[in-house]
Design a protein around this ligand. Structure first.
Ligand SMILES: Cc1cc2nc3c(=O)[nH]c(=O)nc-3n(C[C@H](O)[C@H](O)[C@H](O)COP(=O)(O)OP(=O)(O)OC[C@H]3O[C@@H](n4cnc5c(N)ncnc54)[C@H](O)[C@@H]3O)c2cc1C
Length: 339
């Protein structure tokens, strides 16, 4: 167990924002997790679990608690007929997992190429991109139950996955289970059908997994902000989900509004709403809406206070609501905020 009293959230997040952390602990194995949790409980301190810090915004105030990061990153393939069970420890980088599965001609994660973060962070918001979500191939996960100090398995159903959502985001289960490893079930297949229109336009209806991966990586590089160059946490807002009736009403009221099918419902493009409301490239203080993609809020100066980003996000939510009657929901989680 490696304990540091020197870390700040700005050192461990892709937004590069956030204040001092009382205790930051890195652990290598399951025993280390139990030990770190015991340390926090003995000192009556709250626990926050962290991966690559690519999906939250932390306040600038001191976090009076223990932040725990798991470094175990093993990866195992177990053939099961025409499928392969893929088990990865939560400290493994998500894109390393995708790279290895594509290399081994295992279909199911290719469209999720290039998403920052760790394996442990991926189920929390049911990561998704280009028509795929982790829930499509999810089998189970193993976690450490912090309250009862014992191991617990979750099946796919028990994770209650939704659009950028899972049971672990529910207030009752928030920061209660430390994810140690996940198991996915992938198809032995070198070729995949492509369901996402913009991807189809590049690789066609069907393509080799490696081609799909390369197309996704290139598109992401062109369209998104690189956290190595400018602090951000990807999409700040979720795309609102509406039924067919609401979609048709919106199309009548706002011709040109962009929507995409999502199961038997529709996603309204939050990027379109924000852009049409005039926010693309605009800012507040040291925060701004990315000039490349209006769903992304950026730490423009590299030293933006958390409050500038938060205030900008609230200004956008209020303005979009006034103009379109749609309340945008945040995808990025707020940590240590008193609001
Ligand atoms: C440039 C950019 C592009 C992105 N693109 C996408 C995209 O296309 N699709 C998408 O869905 N997301 C995207 N994201 C968001 C982000 O990459 C994912 O949500 C990612 O899965 C977060 O993983 P992480 O390890 O960084 O988690 P963190 O940000 O560290 O944590 C996120 C949440 O997971 C919890 N957590 C982390 N590890 C564990 C663990 N071991 N056990 C229990 N809880 C844990 C944390 O407590 C927190 O609640 C993007 C982000 C960036 C910066």
């Amino acid at each position: 167990m490696n304990i540091s009293e020197e870390k700040k959230f700005k050192d461990i997040t892709t937004f590069r924002v956030g204040g001092k952390i009382k205790y930051f602990i890195e652990v290598k194995d399951e025993e280390g997790v139990a030990e770190a949790i015991h340390f926090a409980k003995k000192n009556s301190l709250p626990i926050f679990m962290v991966g690559e810090g690519s999906d939250f915004l932390a306040e600038d105030n001191m976090y009076e608690g223990v932040v725990i990061k798991y470094l175990g990153d093993s990866l195992e393939f177990t053939p099961e007929g025409s499928k392969v069970l893929v088990t990865a420890e939560s400290g493994l980088k998500w894109d390393k997992l995708v790279e290895e599965t594509v290399k081994n001609e295992l279909q199911g994660l290719e469209c999720l190429s290039g998403i920052p973060g760790t394996v442990g962070g991926a189920p929390i918001q049911n990561i998704g991109a280009y028509g795929q979500e982790i829930s499509d191939t999810f089998y189970s996960l193993k976690a450490y139950d912090i309250e009862n100090e014992k191991y617990k398995s979750f099946s796919k159903d028990e994770c209650e996955f939704g659009y950028r959502d899972s049971i672990f985001k529910n207030e009752k289960f928030w920061q209660k289970y430390f994810i140690l490893q996940i198991t996915l079930v992938l198809n032995k297949n070198k070729i995949a059908k492509v369901n996402y229109d913009s991807l189809k336009a590049i690789v066609g209806e069907e393509a080799e997994l490696s081609e799909i991966r390369q197309a996704v990586l290139k598109t992401r590089q062109d369209k998104l902000e690189d956290p190595k160059k400018v602090g951000n946490a990807g999409s700040f807002f979720k795309n609102p989900i509406v039924d067919v009736q609401k979609k048709e009403n919106l199309e009548k009221m706002f011709p040109g509004i962009k929507t995409f099918p999502y199961g038997d419902k529709f996603k309204v493009s939050a990027a379109w709403l924000i852009e049409m409301a005039g926010w693309k490239g605009k800012g507040f203080g040291e925060a701004a809406v990315s000039p490349k993609h209006s769903l992304i809020l950026i730490n423009k100066t590299g030293s933006a206070p958390a409050n500038d980003i938060y205030t900008l996000s609230e200004m956008i939510v209020n303005d979009v609501f006034e103009k379109y009657g749609i309340k945008l929901e945040k995808e990025v989680q707020l940590i240590n905020f008193s609001k």
